[in-house]
Design a protein. Structure first.
Length: 240
C-alpha cells in the first residue's frame, strides 16, 4: 500500500533537550521564589527531588499505562510531595514557570530536521505525536513555530491534550483519523524502541527507528536510521 503520511516523535528525534539547561534553572528559581514569598522556605535540593520524582512518575504512566499525567495535575502533586498545603492559588502561580521554561532557551533542532521536513512535506502529510512532560503542547508548538517547522505539520498531537500517550494505540489512531489515512498508509519515526517503534507497530504503522545514539536493542522496526537525512532516500523509494 502506498504511504501517504509520515508521523514524527519530537524529543530526541526532532529536538534535542539537555538534562539541565539555563532555562530550566531559571524557571526552577522562579518556582522557589514563589514558594519563599508564600512563606515556604523550600531548599533548591528539595525542589529538584520533587521535580525528578514527578518526571519519573509521568514517564512511567505514559510508557507503562499509556496515559498522561498533565502539568495541571503535576504541579499539585509536586506541592504535596514537598509536604506543603495544596491550594489552587499556589498551583496556578507555579504552573506558568513550570510549563514555559523551554521558551526562555529553546532546545536545538536535530541536524537535518528542517531540510527533511521541508522535503517530505512536498509529498506526504506530516504529523507530530509527542509525549509531553512539564512542557505542554502550547509551549512546544511555540518552540516549533520559532524554529520555523510548525508549518510542515498537518496535525500535532500532544499527550497532555489528549490524555493518552505513546505507546497507547489511541494516540496513533487519533492522528491517523485526523489525517484521513489508514494505519498501513503511514510510517512513524522515533527514537524510543517501546513508545515509538512498539507503539507504531502495534497500531499498524510502519516504524522507523531513529538511533543516532547507538542505543542497544533490536526492536521490531521496518527501517533503522542514524540520521534524519536517511529518511529522504527511504521516501524516494516510497518506504518499500
Amino acid at each position: 500500500m502506498v504511504i501517504k503520511a509520515v508521523t514524527f516523535d519530537l524529543w530526541r528525534t526532532l529536538f534535542i533537550e539537555s538534562a539541565r539547561n539555563a532555562s530550566v534553572d531559571y524557571a526552577d528559581a522562579q518556582m522557589l521564589a514563589i514558594l519563599n514569598r508564600r512563606g515556604f522556605p523550600i531548599r533548591a535540593e528539595a525542589l529538584q527531588a520533587a521535580l525528578a520524582a514527578c518526571r519519573s512518575l509521568a514517564f512511567e504512566r505514559q510508557k507503562v499505562q499509556g496515559i498522561d499525567f498533565v502539568p495541571e495535575d503535576q504541579v499539585p502533586w509536586i506541592i504535596d510531595y514537598l509536604g506543603l498545603p495544596v491550594t489552587a492559588q499556589l498551583a496556578d502561580e507555579l504552573l506558568e514557570p513550570y510549563t514555559t521554561s523551554l521558551l526562555i532557551n529553546p532546545p536545538d533542532l536535530i541536524d537535518g530536521a528542517s531540510e527533511v521536513l521541508a522535503e517530505l512535506a512536498r509529498n506526504y502529510q506530516l504529523a507530530l505525536i509527542c509525549n509531553t512532560g512539564r512542557s505542554p503542547g502550547n509551549t512546544v508548538r511555540e518552540i516549533m513555530r520559532r524554529h520555523g517547522i510548525l508549518q510542515y505539520f498537518a496535525v500535532t498531537a500532544f499527550s497532555n491534550e489528549l490524555g493518552v500517550a505513546k505507546p497507547n494505540p489511541r494516540i496513533f489512531s487519533h492522528v491517523l483519523t485526523a489525517l484521513g489515512v489508514a494505519p498501513a498508509e503511514a510510517v512513524h519515526i522515533g527514537d524510543d524502541p517501546d513508545t515509538d517503534v512498539g507503539g507504531a507497530k502495534r497500531s499498524g504503522l510502519k516504524a522507523v527507528w531513529f538511533n543516532p545514539y547507538a542505543t542497544p536493542g533490536d526492536p521490531d522496526c521496518d527501517f533503522r536510521i542514524a540520521g534524519l537525512r536517511e529518511m529522504l532516500p527511504l521516501a524516494a523509494r516510497r518506504f518499500a
